[in-house]
Design a protein around this ligand. Sequence first.
Ligand code: HAM
Length: 438
Amino acid sequence: MAIKITRPQGTEDVTPKQIYKWHTVEHMARDTAEAFGFHEIRIPTFESTELFLRSVGETTDVVQKEMYTVKAKETEFTLRPEGTAGTIRSMLQNGMLNDALPQKAFYILSCFRHERPQAGRLREFHQFGVEMAGSPGPASDAEIISLAKAILDRAGLKNIALYINSIGCPTCRTAYHKALKAYFMPHKEELCDTCLTRLEKNPMRILDCKSPVCGEIAKDAPIILNYLCEDCQQHFQQLQTYLRAMNIEFTINPKIVRGLDYYTKTVFEFVTTDIGAQGTVCGGGRYDGLIEQMGGKPTPAMGFAMGLERLIMTMERQGCAFEEPTTCDLYIAPMDAAAMSTAMQLGQTLRASGYQVEYDLMQRGLKAQMKYANKIGASFVMVLGENELQSQKANLKNMETGEQVEIPLNEKFEEKFDDIAVQYMFHDMLEDLKKECQ
Ligand code: HAM
């Protein structure tokens, strides 16, 4: 017997039954980003490995432990572990940064990280993200955070806290790195091997090491907020003023350092306690040095990404509403081959006008066809047999009320179906409204 092949660990299927949830969050995020003047960008699934080494950073967990790297004919590529690096690479390559600034782009894409799978942590996951390049001031930090918040609000999420921090600029980092080194040195023997090299190269990375031992040691490490230069301090203060002006609640969490190397100044996360240990639904921040580091002119930038699996999971746990999945408007039950031809013609006409139409493709009897129509949630059913073809009239049955209306099978068919469908839609909307008012 052939062995069944299953999907790789840490990946998920989204079946047609579940897809409406994805469409809901994708529409919501897309519409909200467009309201802020962002437009979609599409970038390759894989990029040259060098891109991620230079941007995400050589001492990060993502680069050191989690990248899917493949060699194809002597050239090395990596499946993108996130969307920022590719988006900025694309902005540079397509000359977008020579155009009017700020440049604002959003993306919906799959990411790949070889992590230990658990609830909310996958090896292939999906992000909705935005990047804004060109604007240096704290107003753009507030804009980006308020966009993320607007999406989460539109999803109907509650119990999701915004944590912000500033991790300073290269000026403040020098003093901070010194303080961190001095703090971790006495614990040198206990640190994991990765953190031991980080101690020399990039001690801030020790702060987000996933090893419990390193985590415990890092608990009392000095915090960056005490080392911020004047400019970074002012930037952070002004951001808070703007957030308050927009009534966006936040908590300063000096422990947020983020897991990617490109960040400067503002970093933030939206976290929920409703989906277990992996509760960070959205993370982002400013990255003022990245564009120059990637060969562009010095250009400040800022963005965020939200994990769509985590967003959907939180919405499910909190009982948030999803867009209704589309269902069949009309199911035609043909009783013989001649009726089948008519069903095909009528179906063709209605489908061209945007209706969802199905008819029997299994050569089933009437009873089985009705059962199927019920199962797929058809709004109307129409049986076509010899009599109907002869009289050029059929009965359209409303599956919710059982009501039947006669419909001509000639050139008036579509017009009449339109009338009935519109009435049905209004009736449904009224019923929904009544329910909401009760
Ligand atoms: P990140 O924090 O690495 O940031 O990922 C953003 C979000 O992706 C996380 O908050 C989480 O919701 C989701 N996520 C990350 N890893 C996984 C995983 N293994 N399984 C499921 N979901 C996951 C970035 O990727 C930055 N590029 C965000 C950004 C954009 N910063 C500036 N611009």
